[in-house]
Design a protein. Structure first.
Length: 303
């Protein structure tokens, strides 16, 4: 990779990692579902009036908007609000890589290598370690929500593959149109009018900064940068950079939120990162459905 693209990859993964503790700052005074709705409202508007609609069927935009906004980021924000440390959230969402591999086998007849199977086993071990450190029931529920969000992310990757979209940035902008209304309805159904009536009084400079960072840095800039890298290089060269996301997420959580993992936390972090590194490596297939499958078609996008 060219030096400028290496710098871009590091910058994108750093912003995505830092986004997790910064999101936590916004959740301090704003309902998690309402915060997600506002994020995707600003992700779509006003850019949707200036960015040309991607050349894909409308149902792909609707599906991705619901998966990405409602099923993925709403659950991430709920999990963090229930006590899951942002660094752990950044790590757990990487489980989408293994779920995506599973979808590849089930739906596209792709192959699993010995390294990938070892990676799945290590990742499961790391998850058990995280659950052992969970301080209470609400945090355990939050961890489960994070795992469901990882599944949702993997489904989003499948949608991108099936839609054959080329303009990822435009795709995210237009798909985001379909996220806010369901999120607003869920907010009202779950908490009534209280989150809306207290919104203005709860917004300070910190919350404004958190929202702006989520929309313009973590979504607009990072999806542009990640799409550029995917366009210039093979997926196999770009995807491993996503391993830096939880690293930046955990380091920034220490400085921004003063949250340091415990003993089991460090064990789980090390185990899952090792699982991801091993799982990224290519090797001889041990589970084969269809040798004609194209594994590079499924890729891991960023936060």
């Amino acid at each position: 990779m060219h030096r400028k693209h290496i710098i871009l990859a590091i910058l994108v993964t750093a912003i995505w990692g830092v986004n997790f503790p910064i999101t936590k700052l916004g959740l301090a005074r704003i309902d998690p579902l309402l915060l997600t709705a506002i994020r995707f409202a600003f992700t779509a508007f006003p850019l949707v009036f200036f960015v040309k609609r991607p050349q894909v069927a409308m149902h792909w935009l609707v599906a991705y908007g619901l998966i990405f906004g409602v099923a993925m980021w709403a659950l991430i924000n709920l999990g963090i609000s229930m006590g899951v440390p942002p660094g752990s959230a950044a790590l757990l969402i990487q489980f989408s890589a293994f779920f995506t591999l599973g979808w590849g086998v089930l739906l596209f007849g792709e192959s699993l290598t010995r390294q990938q199977l070892i990676g799945v086993f290590l990742a499961a071990t790391g998850l058990v370690c995280i659950l052992m450190e969970s301080p209470g029931k609400s945090t355990t529920i939050g961890l489960i929500l994070l795992m469901i969000s990882a599944v949702a992310w993997s489904v989003g990757n499948i949608i991108i593959k099936l839609s054959e979209v080329k303009e990822i940035f435009a795709f995210v902008v237009w798909a985001s149109i379909f996220s806010p209304i369901p999120l607003l309805m869920l907010t009202w159904w779950w908490h009534g009018t209280t989150p809306f009536s207290t919104l203005l009084s709860g917004i300070r400079i910190v919350e404004v900064f958190s929202l702006a960072f989520q929309v313009y840095a973590a979504t607009h800039f990072c999806y542009w940068g990640w799409n550029l890298l995917l366009r210039e290089y093979p997926v196999s060269r770009v995807a491993p950079w996503s391993l830096l996301i939880p690293v930046f997420g955990m380091i920034s959580s220490v400085f921004i939120l003063h949250q340091t993992p415990g003993a089991w936390g460090w064990v789980s972090i090390s185990t899952i990162l090792l699982a991801l590194i091993i799982g990224m490596n290519k090797g001889k297939a041990v589970v084969v459905k269809n040798k004609c499958a194209n594994r590079d078609g499924i890729n891991q996008l960023g936060s």
